[in-house]
Each structure stands twice: as structure tokens, then as C-alpha cells.
Write a protein that binds this ligand. Structure first.
Ligand SMILES: [Ca+2]
Ligand SMILES: [Ca+2]
Length: 408
């Protein structure tokens, strides 16, 4: 479209040139105007309409709590299509209107300041871009196009896979047992070959029978040896037919000295919703723009490019009688800061005690495994907290996954 700034002339002309048959072929028109505003918010045109549904669903998945785009209503090329009875929607991050304090509390940024302080001004250069917002918008646009343009296809024949129980706890040398059950979820039954990965050296996992017809079940035996080290081991159980599915079985090998060697945190891989984490649990998810260390979900603290603090906490009791407790987590830090100055910080705390302080100066590609000795907390109930604090500009993301607290 051209000539939008003088009154939607291009889009008016184009829509006016379409026959009613041609108009009816347009499923929806999407407007993407102002999607990288530096002090922006998350706005959707006709946010509760059918056309907006995939756009809203994507931003809802990032817990962005989008609002109606009232500032942009009737102002851009989508309005010409809307006037002709064509469904319209779109993303916007705001122009010259000012952010409310409620929006600043929800999205970060500065209240009482324009969403884009450089709107229609000479400072509106490629340096005036909110990369985080742009990324979230573009990913939502791709998601919307996929949902509208690509037919959902499910395999003709499919099955599900589950392990019962999903956990087992044994002393070294003993065997844990369970049942792997399958069900046909679409089409015809199929042969499913069972296998397992992730067991520590010397531990064998066997299935009787080794393959089942979907709908059937198999007895699983996880045999440890006297030399198996105490610890918690997530095993991946795989069913391979015309498609492949996996499920997780968690093996705990107990110590024999009065301390049960075990992993204490729940949902440390962030794969099972947000419980029991507390704080800014909207940071947990399969967010676009970062990757999980394991599975598909992770916690993304920070990354706003504006003053903000994110925290995530979990409380556990470290059992008495254990000699040690070790916190392990995987952390990825990326930043738009270039100075070797700690502007954006990350802390690991137990209670109010800070045990680790990192910052944008520790940024690196990929995840780094970090460990902390929490043995001093044996016998205590503790609250573990990750805190990310950003200053007013230039994002730093602290991405956490696969957090464990292992006793021994
Ligand atoms: Ca994960
Ligand atoms: Ca910063």
C-alpha cells in the first residue's frame, strides 16, 4: 500500500477495485504498524475478534496480557478493509499516546511517556527499535499465518505412551519395576517398539515384551548394581511405531547412610506448568526467542530493555542426616549491553543471603552449567530465589533451565 499517511488512499482504492466475490476470498487482513516501539505495549486490533484469535493466543502464551489497540483504531490501512466488511486485526506496540502506570507495571517501560517517543520524528532511526517487542510480534505473525494457512495434520495412525508409576526409588543393587502402557489415539493399532535412554552406566532397562501392539502394555524393569551412585536419574522411555513418542521415568537411587540421596526441587526443568515456582511465573514457558536446555520450556528472566525485576522462588526442606546438598542449574545470558559494567544483574539467593551475583558482563552464547554448594543448609527449610534486575535500557536476558538440588 502507498499513500497511507495522507488518508488511506492506496488501500481505499485497492479495496474499492475488488468485486464482492474477490472481497469474500479474503479471510482476514492483518495490519502490522508500529511493532517495535521502544516504550511500547502489546496491543491487538479487535482483540476479541475471530481474526485476532491466533494473534492473541500467541501473546497470551507469553503472558503479555494484550489490550485493545484503541490508539490505532481507524487510522491505518486495515480500516479500508474493515469498512468493506473484511475481518481485520493486527499487532501494534503504540505510537505517540502515553503509557499508563498500570501498563508500565504490567509490561515494564516508563509511565506517562509516549510508547514511541520518536514517532514521526527524526530520531526514528534503526536505533529506535525494541528488539524484544519486535521479536515477539514477528513470531506471533508467523504463528498466525501458520494457523490460518496450514491445515492441521495429524498422523493417520497414532498412539500415546505412559509409565506407571512414573518414578521409582531403590537402594543400589535393587530393581525398580513399572508398567509401560500404550493406547491407540487415532486410526488403527500399530506395533510400538520400546526403548530407554538416560540410565547411568551399569543400569539396565528391559521391557517384557519389548514391543506391543498399541493398546497393550509391557512390564518394565530398571535394574541397578551395588556400584550405582546414589542420585536421581530421569530416563526417557521411547515408543517407536509409524510415529515416535516419549515419556519420562524418574529413577532415584537412595544412599545407605541415613541420608536419602535425592533431588529435592520440583519442576526444575519447567516442563510441567509453573507449580510450585512462585514469583514472576510468567517467565516460565516455551517462549519464542530463547531455547530450552532440556525439553521445550525454560524460565526467561529479564530481557525487557527497561527497568524491571523478575524473581522465581521455590521452598524445600533439605533433609537432616545428609552430608551435602548441591544446587545445579543451567544459565544462558545474552545482552545488548556492550560496556564491561554490570548494569543488569542476576542473583541466586537462599532466604536473603546472596550466594551468586552475575551480570550482563557474564554473557555468553549457549548455556553454562553452574553449581553451588548448599550443604550449610542441611536440616533446614529454605527458599531458593533467582532474581534478575535490569536497568532502564539495553536488554539482558537470564535464561534458566534444568535446576536441581541434589542431596548425598
Ligand atoms: Ca526445560
Ligand atoms: Ca540494561
Amino acid at each position: 500500500m502507498t499513500d497511507e499517511e495522507q488518508g488511506l488512499n492506496g488501500s481505499d482504492f485497492y479495496v474499492g477495485s475488488l468485486s464482492s466475490a474477490e472481497r469474500s476470498k479474503i479471510k482476514a487482513y492483518y495490519n502490522f504498524d508500529m511493532i517495535a516501539s521502544t516504550n511500547g505495549g502489546y496491543f491487538i486490533n479487535h482483540v476479541n475478534s475471530t481474526a485476532a484469535q491466533p494473534m492473541k493466543a500467541y501473546w497470551d502464551s507469553l503472558n503479555l496480557q494484550p489490550e485493545e489497540n484503541t490508539e490505532g483504531a481507524g487510522r491505518s490501512d486495515d480500516y479500508s478493509f474493515e469498512q468493506a466488511g473484511i475481518p481485520t486485526s493486527g499487532y501494534a506496540m503504540g505510537a505517540s499516546a502515553r503509557k499508563t502506570s498500570a501498563q508500565a507495571a504490567k509490561w515494564g517501560g516508563t509511565a506517562s511517556r509516549a510508547y514511541d517517543p520518536c514517532y514521526h520524528q527524526s530520531c526514528d532511526t534503526t536505533g529506535n527499535i525494541n528488539a524484544t517487542g519486535l521479536n515477539r510480534s514477528v513470531d506471533g505473525i508467523a504463528y498466525t499465518l501458520w494457523k490460518l494457512a496450514v491445515t492441521n495434520s495429524t498422523p493417520a495412525n497414532d498412539f500415546s505412551l505412559a509409565t506407571s508409576p512414573a518414578t521409582g526409588s531403590v537402594e543400589p543393587g535393587a530393581s525398580a519395576t513399572g508398567t509401560v502402557s500404550t493406547a491407540t489415539t487415532s486410526g488403527s493399532a500399530q506395533t510400538v517398539q520400546l526403548s530407554a535412554t538416560g540410565a547411568p552406566v551399569g543400569v539396565t532397562v528391559s521391557f517384557n515384551p519389548a514391543s506391543v501392539t498399541s493398546g497393550g502394555s509391557s512390564a518394565m524393569t530398571v535394574a541397578t548394581t551395588p556400584a550405582t551412585a546414589p542420585g536421581t536419574y530421569p530416563l526417557t522411555i521411547t515408543g517407536t511405531g509409524s510415529v515416535t513418542h516419549t515419556t519420562t521415568y524418574t529413577l532415584t537411587v537412595r544412599g545407605t547412610g541415613g541420608c536419602t540421596a535425592q533431588q529435592l526441587l520440583t519442576n526444575g526443568g519447567f516442563e510441567s506448568g509453573t507449580t510450585p515456582w512462585t514469583g514472576d511465573t510468567g517467565t516460565i514457558g516455551a517462549h519464542a526467542g530463547q531455547s530450552a536446555h532440556g525439553g521445550s520450556r525454560f524460565a526467561w528472566l529479564g530481557g525487557y530493555g527497561s527497568s524491571a525485576t523478575d524473581t522465581l522462588s521455590q521452598s524445600v526442606t533439605v533433609p537432616a542426616g545428609c552430608a551435602k546438598a548441591t544446587l545445579t542449574y543451567w544459565l544462558h545470558i545474552d545482552t545488548d549491553e556492550s560496556d564491561r559494567v554490570a548494569y543488569d544483574t542476576f542473583q541466586v539467593k537462599v532466604g536473603s543471603t546472596t550466594l551468586t551475583a552475575l551480570s550482563n558482563t557474564d554473557a555468553a552464547s549457549g548455556y553454562t552449567q553452574r553449581t553451588l554448594d548448599l550443604s550449610r543448609y542441611v536440616g533446614q527449610r529454605i527458599t531458593l530465589t533467582f532474581t534478575a534486575t535490569e536497568d532502564a535500557s539495553l536488554q539482558t536476558s537470564f535464561v534458566i533451565d534444568d535446576v536441581t538440588l541434589q542431596t548425598g
